[in-house]
Design a protein around this ligand. Structure first.
Ligand SMILES: Nc1ncnc2c1ncn2[C@@H]1O[C@H](COP(=O)(O)OP(=O)(O)OP(=O)(O)O)[C@@H](O)[C@H]1O
Ligand SMILES: [Mg+2]
Length: 230
């Protein structure tokens, strides 16, 4: 059972390397919404997702979850409920797929964590959702790029996040796995979670409840997302 999180960003500015990367971004995604951030390479999608996840601080502007301002310092209050799937996956390459997924469960607080004896089974169930059961015991470094991408998604999904931020979640996938992952993301939103993703995949963005287009660090189209349940 998920507890809804709505996300709102107001006037987000981000400067890096002497340049302004995000210029006063405003957006709102209600619980149950699936918002796609689209736009050319370098337009600021990853930077914005990182700010929305509160993994990085903006130079100015605010991110709110359910109306409460969230910062990297206050983020721990939301830990476990908010998951960011990085563009480069961030897996531990010398652990197996199942061990990577299980680690995510061990990091959850006790109320959200399955019983100790259930951790491995829950990890395997999550790998099954992304059709990777056969590779559960492979080291991540033995997996293909697309397989690693699905392990990274399984590692987020296993925690039943209330807010999932996913950076190009279908970028390395074949058509069958793209469809599987698209359905998993839409299904997560149908169950009440909020999903924000960055993508160059037109089929995926076309099935989202809102598409927010960035160019040179500005929103040039879209700003709010409906719910898949509405
Ligand atoms: N740490 C940094 N220092 C300096 N510039 C940065 C830094 N991180 C990102 N940038 C710049 O910010 C801009 C936006 O980058 P970002 O990774 O957010 O783009 P993106 O839309 O995700 O692109 P892609 O579709 O290729 O993933 C780029 O011009 C990039 O070079
Ligand atoms: Mg990116």
């Amino acid at each position: 059972m998920t507890a809804p999180i709505d996300v709102r960003a107001d006037a987000i500015e981000l400067r890096r390397g002497g340049r302004t990367i995000l210029h006063g971004i405003d957006l709102a995604v209600p619980a149950g919404g699936v918002a796609a951030l689209v736009g050319p390479s370098g337009s600021g999608k990853t930077s914005l997702l990182t700010i929305l996840a509160s993994a990085e601080t903006a130079d100015s502007g605010t991110v709110r979850y359910n109306g409460q301002v969230v910062t990297p310092a206050s983020r721990t209050a939301w830990a476990g409920r908010v998951q960011l799937v990085h563009q480069s996956f961030g897996l531990l390459s010398l652990l197996t797929a199942a061990e990577n997924v299980e680690l995510a469960l061990q990091g959850l607080d006790r109320r959200r964590r399955p019983a100790r004896g259930r951790l491995r089974e829950a990890a395997r169930d999550a790998l099954d959702m992304v059709a990777l059961s056969a590779h559960a015991d492979n080291l991540v470094e033995e997996l293909s790029g697309g397989e690693q991408q699905r392990v990274a998604l399984a590692r987020a999904l296993v925690t039943s996040p209330d807010l999932l931020l996913a950076d190009e979640p279908t970028a390395q996938l074949d058509p069958a796995n793209r469809e599987r992952v698209t359905e998993l993301l839409l299904g997560l939103a149908r169950s009440g979670a909020t999903v924000v993703l960055a993508t160059h995949d037109d089929d995926l963005s076309g099935r989202c409840t809102a598409v927010i287009t960035l160019r040179d660090g500005e929103v040039i189209d879209g700003s709010a997302a409906g719910s898949v349940r509405s």
